[in-house]
Write a protein that binds this ligand. Structure first.
Ligand code: 5GP
Ligand code: ZN
Length: 111
């Protein structure tokens, strides 16, 4: 499949990895929107949060566990976890990813 994050997961496109295991990868966002901004993705292709189901829910939970672990390792006590789902919500890469953003004040609601 011609998917950018599948290629990053396979190591075909380089990334600044902050965590990797058999099923997931976390790496720095190429266009950071906060002093700390990394993405957590499954290695297997899942299109978005809209494709989380009973079969892959364990993996989705693992991604959040890793988001918390890496945030802790990066010294973040306060951070935002975001997963834009669908074009109207701002999803530009159709492979599930959790953004973890921290290190600055955040506003609510998001734009
Ligand atoms: P989305 O817009 O789907 O919520 O998030 C996609 C994110 O992927 C964006 O924050 C964008 O900066 C990041 N991104 C796009 N292409 C690359 C890339 O080649 N490498 C890395 N590390 N991040 C990327
Ligand atoms: Zn993919």
């Amino acid at each position: 499949m011609d998917c950018l994050f599948c290629k990053i997961a396979a190591g075909e496109i380089p990334s600044s990895k902050v965590y990797e295991d058999e099923v997931c990868l976390a790496f720095a966002d190429i266009d950071p929107q906060a002093p700390t901004h990394f993405l957590v993705i499954p290695k297997a292709h899942i299109g978005s949060v809209a494709e989380i189901n009973a079969e892959n829910a364990g993996l989705a939970g693992h991604l959040l566990q890793i988001a918390a672990q890496v945030a802790r390792e990066q010294g973040l006590e306060s951070y935002r976890v975001v997963s834009n789902t669908g074009a109207q919500a701002g999803q530009s890469v159709p492979h599930l990813h959790f953004h973890v953003l921290g290190g600055r004040d955040m506003t609510w609601p998001p734009g």
